[in-house]
Design a protein around this ligand. Sequence first.
Ligand code: ADP
Ligand code: ADP
Length: 226
Amino acid sequence: LSAVSARKVQKQYSGERGVLALDGISIEIPSGQFVSILGPSGCGKSTFLRCVAGLEDITAGDLDVNGKPVVGRPPDGIGMVFQRDALLEWRTIRKNLLLPIEFAKKRVSEYQDKVDHLLELTGLQDFGSSYPRELSGGMRQRAAICRALVDDPTLLLMDEPFGALDAFTRDQMNFELQRIWMETQNTILFVTHGISEAVFLGDIVMVLSPRPGRLMEVIEVDLPRP
Ligand code: ADP
Ligand code: ADP
């Protein structure tokens, strides 16, 4: 079963000068793969991710996530991380991490161990009761990743998650992400315009064309993994 199955997916934004942001994207993404989505600014990377997340409706073609068509709402079993972390400033880190559980109307008390484990995994074990403003940019982004993972997503969508960080912190975060991915074994779609980052992290690199919305190349990266 493919984690994501796109067949001739098209996305035209509405409005007078509505851009054709995706122009016939077809790809099958097997479960458990780390997929980098690479291309210059404006080529449709975020649009593709938002369509997979059910945040935008496609205008033609078929798009399935975990075997079900994406229709107008986020599919089950996805987690998202954006460039800006979107942590709620008035909630502690622990309470931020529990947000998806509250949204899903699940019992928060049953997820405390999970939260502890994720905080540990990302080196934030001492910051559960801190507020977001007390954390560095990299730590905040790690907390955002924890939050995306707390409800055990099978598909993790990341839109330039480290784009706002300095180069040094970004490298460090890339290593950590690889470690997290090896532990969780979920499928990751990772949007970036960094070529080395895309190749370092990805099993598969989807290259979108500067002419918006075309899939130029799908590269299977065959590098030894740690
Ligand atoms: P990036 O290149 O990093 O994806 P952009 O600056 O292109 O970021 O876009 C930032 C935000 O603005 C995105 O949420 C995107 O959806 C929105 N956006 C980009 N272009 C347009 C547009 N032409 N009309 C409306 N919103 C747009
Ligand atoms: P990328 O993530 O690769 O920078 P985007 O998916 O953000 O590219 O944008 C692809 C194209 O769609 C761009 O021309 C952008 O201006 C346009 N676009 C993005 N978001 C919107 C939006 N909400 N409304 C209208 N046009 C948009």
